[in-house]
Design a protein around this ligand. Structure first.
Ligand SMILES: CCCCC/C=C/C(=O)SCCNC(=O)CCNC(=O)[C@H](O)C(C)(C)COP(=O)(O)OP(=O)(O)OC[C@H]1O[C@@H](n2cnc3c(N)ncnc32)[C@H](O)[C@@H]1OP(=O)(O)O
Length: 252
């Protein structure tokens, strides 16, 4: 791999964006390499949680602006689509994903974090969607995911002004799940990942499916999907085992 480091530490797979001299800006090669690793491990039952982070002082400063000069409108559309489709894949990935935000998460870098299930940031980070300052706007799904995550008013403020925001404000508006001290970021994220890895994996997968596919249409469709998934959970050994354990403790 040229642009990422992969650390297999079952049940965790670390995907580390690794262009630190360019603040881990995202080029086509990086999109390909991330997609390829995710496809390789999708059926590996030993890997239960994916953590994305960055080398050096950034999570990622966004799409690689140096590639923009080569883009005509069709190529720009293709680049945006390629990135956006990877983010869609990450959002719907059957294993839980965490963005461990260790520094700047800007533009396409923040959009990668938005496609993850959980975002944990260190105190010193700055987040934002500064594309407006280049005369463009987020193209890896940010216009849609940010609105759904924090609401239209705050999302429009972030997208239209392009300002960088600090970790405490990001936590207050729900853009990140939690802010932790920089020195304990990795430890806390690892603990969170291990906790997720101990949960029944089919139920986790059902939750992701119901939440991701159920929230974009009419509420009755989402509710129906919830009921269907709820039924499927009863086909799993984990459900039987955990319910039996609970009931046998109570009956003693
Ligand atoms: C085509 C589909 C696109 C889909 C949608 C996505 C769009 C985007 O993401 S557009 C990019 C949005 N991001 C930005 O506008 C941030 C740009 N970077 C910065 O503003 C600053 O680098 C900084 C505030 C994040 C950090 O400043 P500083 O600490 O002063 O570090 P440097 O500016 O010196 O950066 C070090 C090194 O990294 C290169 N670099 C930084 N960001 C990018 C980037 N997004 N693309 C390419 N290269 C980047 C920077 O040029 C420096 O490299 P050298 O000049 O070779 O030292």
């Amino acid at each position: 791999m040229e642009t990422i480091l992969v650390r297999e530490e079952p049940p965790i797979e670390w995907i580390i964006l690794n262009r630190p001299d360019k603040l881990n800006s995202i080029n086509v090669k990086m999109l390909d390499e991330i997609g390829s690793v995710l496809r390789q491990i999708v059926n590996n039952d030993k890997i239960k949680v994916i953590i994305f982070t960055g080398s050096g002082k950034a999570f990622s400063a966004g799409a690689d602006i140096s590639q923009f000069k080569e883009l005509d409108p069709v190529k720009a559309w293709e680049f945006a689509t390629k990135g956006r489709e990877l983010m869609d894949y990450i959002e719907r990935y059957p294993k839980p994903t965490i963005a461990m935000i260790n520094g700047y998460a800007l533009g396409g870098g923040l959009e990668l974090a938005l496609s993850c299930d959980l975002r944990i940031a260190s105190q010193n980070v700055e987040l934002g969607l500064p594309e407006i300052n280049l005369g463009i706007y987020p193209g890896f799904g940010g216009t849609q995911r940010l609105v759904r995550l924090i609401g239209k008013g705050r999302a429009l403020e972030i997208i239209m002004l392009g300002d960088r925001i600090k970790a405490d404000y990001a936590e207050r508006i729900g853009l990140v799940n939690r802010v932790v001290e920089s020195s304990s970021l990795e430890k806390e994220v690892r603990e969170l990942a291990l906790k997720l890895a101990e949960k029944p994996q089919t139920a986790i997968r059902l939750i992701k499916t119901v939440v991701n596919y159920g929230n974009d249409g009419p509420i009755l469709s989402g509710l129906t999907l919830e009921s269907l998934g709820w039924g499927i959970a009863f086909a799993t050994e984990e459900e039987k085992k955990r319910v039996d354990e609970f009931l046998s403790k109570r009956s003693k």
